[in-house]
Design a protein around this ligand. Structure first.
Ligand SMILES: CC(C)(COP(=O)(O)OP(=O)(O)OC[C@H]1O[C@@H](n2cnc3c(N)ncnc32)[C@H](O)[C@@H]1OP(=O)(O)O)[C@@H](O)C(=O)NCCC(=O)NCCS
Length: 153
């Protein structure tokens, strides 16, 4: 009997061809989405950019900036149909592994106070709230603060 391999979740570096598949997710997931240029600029800048696939389906993506012994998560997202299955947690753990391999001491990220799902994920992983960045994000009624969170690696 021939066993058909089950599709599995895997992480691989993002490339420019992935941006077309990322954009429909990005536009649904964020009120103020990144543009395709933000992703290609990140790739051109040499940031650590990743996608998560289930089989050959792109289900999530992340952009990590590494420099000066620090890691900064600029974007991490899981497609709506794939959320609440532990993929975001595994993706963040993958980014932490990448940052440790780079010998970063700290990982930072910003999150909207209103983004309860992301805040719970980050707190669960061990991130601590470090500061508030006033008016960091665009919002429909002006600007929204960002919470700066940090994790000692
Ligand atoms: C934040 C995000 C990446 C989480 O991805 P995910 O794959 O759904 O997360 P997981 O299934 O790994 O969940 C891990 C933990 O996060 C928390 N969490 C995730 N989604 C949640 C929700 N909707 N409500 C409350 N807690 C939530 C829970 O603590 C969860 O653990 P549990 O399932 O054991 O309760 C996803 O919601 C997303 O892409 N959101 C839109 C983009 C975004 O806001 N990105 C972050 C920008 S700072």
């Amino acid at each position: 009997m021939n066993a058909v391999p089950e599709p599995v979740f895997s992480f691989r570096p993002m490339n420019k061809a992935d941006v077309a598949a990322i954009m429909p997710l990005e536009r649904v997931l964020y009120t103020f989405p990144w543009t395709p240029g933000n992703f290609t600029d990140s790739l051109n800048a040499g940031y650590s950019c990743w996608v998560c696939e289930f089989g050959s389906v792109l289900v999530g993506y992340a952009v990590l900036m590494l420099g000066a012994g620090e890691a900064h998560v600029l974007n991490i997202a899981i497609g709506q149909d794939w959320q609440r299955q532990g993929i975001g947690r595994r993706f963040l753990q993958h980014l932490i592994k990448v940052a440790r391999e780079y010998h970063a001491d700290m990982m930072f990220l910003e999150v909207r106070p209103s983004n309860r799902a992301a805040r719970r994920l980050y707190e669960d992983i061990g991130f601590n709230e470090m500061a508030t960045r006033r008016g960091y994000y665009p919002a429909h009624d002006g600007r929204e603060d960002a919470i700066l969170m940090g994790l000692v690696l």
